[in-house]
Design a protein around this ligand. Structure first.
Ligand code: NAD
Ligand code: MG
Length: 397
């Protein structure tokens, strides 16, 4: 019989069974590479996708999971599933994600769905006492207090996959949590770090999707261009590590090699670095606490390297102020900022909102909401819906 100790350790008599939620996305595809290269240590027990169902079937043929989840029931109904390999069960709809997250045959959930759509299945996994490897930062931005409380109550660890938070998680091990004075998040600065401010209003979708160092899904790539991604990461760090906003810094580091740093009370700064390659933080979270050989690129120490760091320009990237504001305020602020941003980015990608309007639209919706300091989950879910509608009102005003 297989068993897991619930702490992210491999089952003693077999591979660790991973539910890869969002397997057709950028993180999901990288995760499947990590799993395939793990020499049997990890196994993809379940895969999920929203609408890229052809890719989902191809992945199932390669990875032979026990089941696949097609989260969008409408897309699933019109799809020919005859290519699914024998023995692979098809599950349909968002509730099927919960079923898999709570399943006894899953040891760890990789939360790699984009947006607050990933919230429900992470909550279910934590309630079932499962470790969650969290790529889906929107969950922590929307419901950080709630989710971290659940993680503690159920002794179900949240293992960071976001490269900055993975770096902080690793660097934290150099001291005790009470000895940490500051977290320093690094940011690439995105494609518009040096663009003259006057030219930003003409930014097109393809300009915004041309990230200089990372290959990622569309939403996070646009977030990196506005630096809303870093704003969300400040909030994510606040909840994951319990460090208040005033002790979190952001430094622009265009080479994306130093993934973040922790400063301790004695002044020592501990960093984690490596080439920009998400396969390392994914593997770190899935295999934690073990470090094993993997497919992530290694540093080339035969070459010279120059790494630069500069303070983030808050005038160029006004999203950062919103991130710090929401990290400090807590309560309902993160849920509203996150949903407003998801909606605004969606509008920008469809050509219905200018690039430079994304952040003002988010600010407008944030200011318009009735702040509550200690909301229950249903209130957060309602505000997520409200903020998406409010963005449409804001752009029509
Ligand atoms: P992506 O757009 O490439 O993939 C998203 C995945 O989520 C796809 O599998 C898609 O089918 C699924 N999905 C989309 N909407 C869904 C819905 N409503 N219900 C269920 N499934 C849905 O995104 P990505 O770049 O892989 O990012 C995934 C998450 O990881 C995001 O939260 C992102 O912020 C975070 N993250 C990504 C990177 C990266 O390098 N890509 C780095 C750090 C953090
Ligand atoms: Mg990141």
């Amino acid at each position: 019989m297989r068993h897991s100790n619930g702490l992210g350790m491999p089952a003693s008599d077999g591979s660790k069974q991973v539910a890869v939620f969002g397997s057709t996305g950028s993180i999901g595809v990288n995760a499947l590479e990590v799993i395939r290269a793990s020499g049997g240590r990890l196994r993809a027990a379940a895969l999920s996708a929203h609408s890229r169902l052809k890719e989902l079937v191809e992945q199932a043929r390669l990875c032979r999971p026990d089941c696949v989840v097609a989260a969008d029931a409408e897309a699933a109904a019109g799809f020919d599933w005859s290519g699914l390999p024998e023995g692979c069960e098809l599950k349909v709809g968002a509730q099927a994600l919960d079923e898999v997250a709570a399943s006894e045959s899953v040891d760890i959930v990789l939360a790699a769905i984009v947006g607050s759509a990933g919230l429900g299945s992470t909550i279910t996994a934590l309630e079932a006492g499962k470790p969650v490897a969290v790529a889906n930062k929107e969950t922590l931005v929307c419901a950080g207090a709630y989710v971290t409380r659940l993680s503690e109550q159920h002794a179900a660890p949240l293992l960071p996959v976001d490269s900055e938070h993975s770096a902080i998680f690793q660097a934290m091990l150099a001291g005790r949590p009470a000895e940490v004075s500051r977290l320093v998040l690094t940011a690439s600065g995105g494609p518009f770090r040096e663009t003259p401010l006057g030219e930003l209003s003409g930014v097109t979708v393809s300009d915004a999707l041309a990230h200089p160092t990372w290959q990622m899904g569309e939403k996070i790539t646009v977030d990196s261009a506005t630096m809303m991604n870093k704003a969300l990461e400040v909030i994510e760090a606040r909840w994951l590590f319990g460090v208040p906003a005033e002790r979190i810094e952001v430094m622009v580091h265009p080479q994306s090699v130093v993934h973040s740093m922790v400063e301790f009370h004695d002044g020592a700064v501990v960093a984690q670095l490596g080439p920009p390659d998400m396969r390392l933080p994914i593997q770190h979270a899935l295999c934690y606490p073990d470090r094993v050989p993997g497919v992530a690129q290694k540093m080339d120490w035969s070459a010279a390297h120059s790494w630069t760091f500069e303070p983030a320009d808050r005038d160029r990237f006004p999203a950062l102020d919103l991130g710090f504001e929401c990290a400090e305020a807590g309560g309902t602020a993160g849920a509203v900022l996150n949903a407003a941003n998801e909606a605004a980015v969606g509008l920008f990608l469809r050509g219905e909102l200018e690039f430079t309007q994304i952040v003002p639209a988010c600010r407008g919706v944030l200011r318009a909401h009735d702040f509550e300091s200690d909301p229950e989950l249903p209130r957060l879910v309602a505000l997520d819906r409200w903020a998406r509608e409010e963005i449409n009102r804001w752009i029509c005003a």
